[in-house]
Ligand binder design. Sequence first.
Ligand SMILES: [Zn+2]
Length: 383
Amino acid sequence: MNVQINEKRLLDTFLKLVTIDSESFSEAAMQKYLAEELKKLGCTVYVDKAGKKIGSNAQGNIIASLKGSRAGKPFLLSAHMDTVRPGKGIKPQVKGGRVTSDGTTILASDDKAGVAIALEVLRVLKEKKPDCVSVQVLFTLNEENGMGGAKNLDYSKVKGRDGLILDNESVNELLVQGPEVCDFNVTIEGVAAHAGICPEKGISALEVAAKALSMMKLGRIDKDTVCNFGVICGGEVTNIVTPVVTLKGEARSLYPQKLQKQVKHMKDCFDKAAKAFTKRVDGKTIKPVIKIQTPQRYGALSVPKNAPAVKLIVASAKKFGVKMKLVSSGGGCDANEMCQHGLVMPNVGVGCRQCHTTKEYLDLKEFYQAAAIVLDVVLSYGK
Ligand SMILES: [Zn+2]
């Protein structure tokens, strides 16, 4: 039986999807369109209630299932419905093996190329009815602003464990590892004093911050760990010893233990700075008060090299002449969140490039290869 991707239909689907505006928080039209398409394909479609929680105008994430002939857990395919800006009124142009925008907007191949591939795989399965397991697709809201959709997905409706996220760039790169990220929100309260008359009676929160940062290891800590302070705010006039500053930073590591070590080091530097500025004034001890919050932004992505989806996709890629490399990233994606819920889903490339810019384009050769590989993985799963 000739079970193959229909490249023309896949491209047409993609071109249609990019004309449905779906900037983050405004995914309603896209979500409705996809839910309808999935119903037409014979899927059971469930839309969860995540939209309200994350401030989207859409109802929620889509979890849809297409029943296969074979028993066993369904294979999962996931892509996100939202896009970055400027993503309104996209006019796709197909030329020289590529799809681009007209240069005034993004193209939205991140991640509508992934959505189109998932739909095409379902269309092939419905049309050819090959022997295969059921497939569940997860189309998420608001990936681009910290994976709000994946964070609030109704995981009780997800019946599979193994799968693929279709949201990376090069077709030969499979993302299996990504960092845990810890935010660093710091408020330093010094002591205000007149800078002209009695500066010795004050404690400059700004100097305390400078002291702490000067002692801190920042930037690249090691090959797996990085750290940065990106925002400092405080002070109003030059004749007052700065009473308060706030700082915002972050630390990332592929390994939780390394991250915790770095976070401890950073806290220690603030402690030391506070001690260094503690002093006696008019018979009383004054000291800076430093409040630090370190909430986790998202957990690490860690897919074992011998996970079923990894082994299958490496083998499938080979059949289509693609040598798959397992890679790690310094950023996060839906895979990070899904990993926290026990799903084992590496993130595969769909052929897009220069995402998040108006120069974004989709390489059609890679796009078609990615679709063929994903279909082959679905057909091979659970055999
Ligand atoms: Zn994306």
